[in-house]
Design a binder for this molecule. Structure first.
Ligand code: SAM
Length: 255
């Protein structure tokens, strides 16, 4: 694995103890907002073949076990049989409730070469993953989407928004005052992260893929959620570059 990959794996192995494995107890409302929006965009069905890239502690898996979500009727519980979660951090995977047969410790960089090329998925999710990829890995990841989305399938992917005041402020804090924060937190990390815009992603996506929808998340920085709603609406209405928004989620299909 690359140096970058080693660092990211060590970072998440250390951070795993702070992560939760069910969305309602997630430490930051941002995680649940991202998860619920992603699920609403994709509407997963009970029999869909699902690949969760960078599955971490299994928040998505947990939510897919929800009987209402999977339409198996109240009181009945049916875990998604065709789900596979992959992640490079053994610490994050160990914290999850994903059955061992449905999880795989592997990096995005190696996935394509190390798995059967004919395997396809109806839905591919990657929530919070791309932030931690190198630009080369991002290309490898998009190549996975292009090769592994089944006909009629789709992908729901989140990206850190480079232009947002939210990201810029947090990145500034990390660069200037990173040593004040725990080394296993996003403000104390000792590596740079990948931030982009929807336009940049549209430019680099393989031509077989197309963006169907762009959805915006709230900023991660808690200060923004404390602003009065009317003022937030005022800011976002005039915000043509989406600087007052948080990260974005793309709904991607294969042509
Ligand atoms: C911020 S966490 C998000 C976890 C989960 N998707 C969620 O929504 O809670 C990012 C995850 O991506 C994993 N990850 C980072 N780089 C990766 C790579 N190159 N290959 C596979 N997984 C990676 C990390 O180990 C971590 O578990």
């Amino acid at each position: 694995m690359s140096n970058h990959g080693d660092r990211i794996r060590d970072f998440f192995d250390r951070a795993a103890s702070r992560y939760r494995n069910d969305p309602d107890s997630a430490t930051n409302r941002y995680f649940s907002e991202r998860l619920y929006l992603a699920i609403d965009l994709a509407s997963p069905g009970r029999n869909d073949r699902i690949l969760d890239v960078g599955c971490g502690t299994g928040l998505l898996y947990h939510q897919l076990c929800d009987p209402v979500r999977l339409d198996v009727g109240p009181g009945r519980f049916e875990a998604p049989k065709n789900y596979l979660g992959i992640d490079l951090s053994p610490g994050m995977l160990a914290k999850s409730n994903i059955p061992t047969s449905q999880q795989k410790e592997i990096s995005v960089a190696n996935y394509h070469a190390k798995t059967e090329a004919s395997i396809r998925f109806d839905l591919i999710f990657a929530l919070g993953l791309t932030t931690y990829l190198s630009t080369k890995e991002l290309d490898a990841f998009h190549a996975i989407l292009s090769a592994r989305i089944a006909p009629g399938g789709q992908a729901v992917i989140s990206y850190t928004h480079k232009m947002s005041y939210d990201f810029q402020f947090r990145d500034w804090l990390n660069r200037r005052l990173g040593s004040w924060f725990p080394a296993d937190s996003s403000l104390g990390r000792d590596f740079s992260v990948l931030a982009t815009t929807p336009e940049q992603i549209a430019d680099i996506l393989p031509e077989q893929l197309s963006i169907q929808k762009v959805e915006w998340l709230s900023p991660v920085f808690p200060g923004f959620s404390l602003l009065p709603t009317g003022f937030k609406t005022f800011l976002t209405k005039r915000d043509t570059d989406n600087r007052w928004r948080g990260d974005f989620i793309l709904l991607i299909t294969r042509r």
